[in-house]
Design a protein around this ligand. Structure first.
Ligand SMILES: Cc1cc2nc3c(=O)[nH]c(=O)nc-3n(C[C@H](O)[C@H](O)[C@H](O)COP(=O)(O)OP(=O)(O)OC[C@H]3O[C@@H](n4cnc5c(N)ncnc54)[C@H](O)[C@@H]3O)c2cc1C
Length: 410
């Protein structure tokens, strides 16, 4: 295999980082009073404050104007279609450069790959409907959310209680979605509902995807769910009360919604893993620099073998996850099956970044526990990643099922 990074990706990465440094960082600096405290980042109900939302929109739209926002989306949707390897390389560079906890950068400069922007899930939308929303999604002017999970259906998707019932050339959807990223702010929602009880009970399909404006009567977001010590956030509960959706707004064929959803989820897993590599590199860089300047017992702590080992273990962790991801993205770009590989990469990278932040905090001593250096925020963020887009246990379940089903190549 040739691991040489093509010049085109390097140029893209350079330009993206320049954009962040020249346009986003100054904006963060200008609004640092607003952005430095969660009490002003979030409104009392946990939603981003209107000022933060306006800034996020401004950055999104500027990123789109410069061609970054949709560069990683499929070509068939009008995106840059750079492919999985390029997407991983670029996510990794962005995250290694900016680190964690930058509300104007993370998932704004580059959208999360399936819940926003020109999501691959939109390939399953009726062409006329897609055309009517394409430009506003591509420009970053409007955003989406992806509603699969429910209070009683996370890992076990077939536990879904949301129902869609046909009513002439429409569907009526009733149910509750939970943990839905960007739901409080989204203009459109991709929502999945049971359309055939028997098939769903037998785990043989029976779930259909729908695309709808969040302004549709009956769609509401009753509450945001703050997690991991935050005062607010972007994951929320969605209530669907007799929401009427035209059949033309279906995502893919009736009863085949899970295949549609997986199209997005798989892209999300790889991208999340790549962002973990970048974040882990960022944390290791902080730890290396600190270890050279912090002195104990008459010399820098980098002289102590125990500290050196922590740095070395971080590097070993990052290198192995990075090698896995490069290979997996290559398989995806070749069009080869990569079900167990994507799961291995998602589980490994999200677990790896937790270990690296843990060690980076340890190297910083008490300083690591403050949020001066954003290590503490990174540690909390890293901890969240083992749950969305399939938990670590569900990834292992997928890997084992593939192995036991005969896919034993490694
Ligand atoms: C930050 C964040 C953002 C999210 N964004 C979205 C979103 O935009 N859209 C969306 O639809 N969902 C979203 N989710 C939901 C996410 O996909 C679910 O939380 C996840 O699938 C796990 O489901 P659960 O929380 O119900 O846990 P459960 O399924 O209840 O699992 C609980 C525990 O049991 C384990 N477990 C369950 N089944 C098995 C099994 N068969 N074998 C072994 N262990 C098992 C799990 O691994 C876990 O440890 C998000 C979640 C988070 C945290």
């Amino acid at each position: 295999m040739d691991f040489t990074v093509p010049g085109e990706w390097v140029d893209f990465g350079d330009a993206l980082l320049k954009f962040v440094d020249r346009e986003v960082a100054p904006l963060e600096h200008e609004h640092r009073a607003l952005l430095s405290s969660e009490r002003t980042v979030y409104a009392p109900d946990g939603r981003f404050s209107p000022e933060v939302l306006a800034l996020r929109r401004q950055v999104r739209m500027r990123s789109a104007e410069l061609g970054f926002y949709t560069a990683l989306s499929p070509e068939s949707l009008g995106g840059g279609g750079l492919g999985a390897q390029a997407a991983c390389y670029i996510q990794e560079r962005l995250n290694a450069h900016v680190g964690p906890d930058r509300p104007l950068v993370q998932t704004v400069v580059l959208p999360s790959p399936f819940t926003n922007g020109l999501s691959p899930v939109l390939k399953h939308l009726d062409p006329a409907v897609l055309e009517s929303v394409h430009d506003e999604l591509a420009s970053g002017g409007k955003t989406m959310c992806f509603g699969l999970s429910e209070p009683d259906a996370g890992s076990d998707v077939f536990g879904m209680r949301t129902r869609a019932v046909r009513d002439g050339d429409h569907w009526i959807i009733n149910g509750t979605k939970q943990w839905i990223t960007n739901a409080p702010y989204a203009d459109y929602a991709m929502v999945f509902a049971v359309t055939d009880e028997e098939k769903a009970r037998a785990h043989k399909g029976g779930i259909t995807g729908f695309f709808l404006p969040t302004s549709t009567p009956g769609f509401s977001v009753p509450s945001v769910i703050p997690t991991m010590g935050h005062l607010g956030g972007d994951i929320a509960i969605v209530s669907l009360d007799a929401v009427r959706v035209p059949d033309t707004h279906r995502l893919g064929p009736v009863d085949k919604g899970l295949l549609v959803a997986l199209d997005g989820v798989n892209a999300g897993r790889l991208s999340m893993a790549a962002s973990c590599i970048g974040l882990a590199q960022w944390a290791l860089t902080q730890a290396i620099e600190y270890s050279k300047v912090r002195k104990t017992f008459g010399g820098p702590i980098s002289n102590h073998q125990a500290v050196q080992f922590m740095l070395a273990e971080c590097a070993m962790d990052i290198y192995s996850a990075k090698s896995m991801i490069r290979h997996c993205a290559w398989l995806v770009d070749q069009g080869q099956p990569a079900t167990k590989e994507v799961s291995m990469v998602k589980a490994s990278a999200t677990e790896m970044v937790g270990r690296v932040f843990d060690r980076a905090i340890q190297v910083h001593g008490a300083m690591g526990l403050t949020n001066e250096l954003r290590l503490e925020a990174g540690y909390r963020y890293a901890r969240t990643l083992r749950i969305p887009d399939g938990t670590s246990e569900i990834q292992r379940r997928t890997i084992a099922r593939q192995l036991l089903g005969g896919d034993t190549s490694i």
